[in-house]
Ligand binder design. Sequence first.
Ligand code: SAM
Length: 205
Amino acid sequence: MPQHTPSRTLAESSMTSMWTFIRAFMRDRQRIGTVAPTSSSAGRHMARLGDVAHSKRVVEFGPGTGAITQQILKELPTDGRLWAYEVHEPFIDHLRATIHDPRLTVLPESAEHIRDLRAAEAPEGFDAIICSIPFSLLPPPVTSGILAAAADSLRPGGKLVALQYHPTYLRPIMREHFREVHGVWHLRNIPPTLLLTGLNPGSPS
Ligand SMILES: C[S@@+](CC[C@H](N)C(=O)[O-])C[C@H]1O[C@@H](n2cnc3c(N)ncnc32)[C@H](O)[C@@H]1O
């Protein structure tokens, strides 16, 4: 079975994640967006909204220290694959040092490049994209560019699940790129968070 944090206790590992996160937030508030990692319960909820348990090719945008990544890997079938786009170097190092799972590939670049990944690894499109990029802090054209690339890269019926703290910002932008958008609040997280699910526009009705 895949091994997570093999040489450390769970408590040590989550303290390290917390410090890595706080340091990252102090350095680049806009791109990191929040001071603490997402709760495991919200990560699990996102993986379930994305139907990861029945997926073979999943992409994560903004894995950070891996809070959601770990939950995706728990749900993902043993023959599934997960590609995770991360731009903050200390998070990339942290992910590589703490998650040892052959299904995971950490990509040290922006999520905007997902179309290239589709061409190389999943010409039929990805089953799900799980995203926690802090869109409400980024310029709107950057958000729109990333969502357009995501919609182009999902298979028909594939889903994008996005975590957002801002209650109203993202839904109208998602509606420009996805056929249906549904929101649900997840309260077991600090702070409570909105989970938005968008269906690929090519999905059958
Ligand atoms: C709110 S944190 C979420 C971290 C982690 N997934 C969690 O939930 O604890 C946002 C993450 O998105 C990453 N990020 C921001 N812009 C990005 C981009 N264009 N492509 C990939 N990752 C990005 C940040 O570096 C950070 O790790």
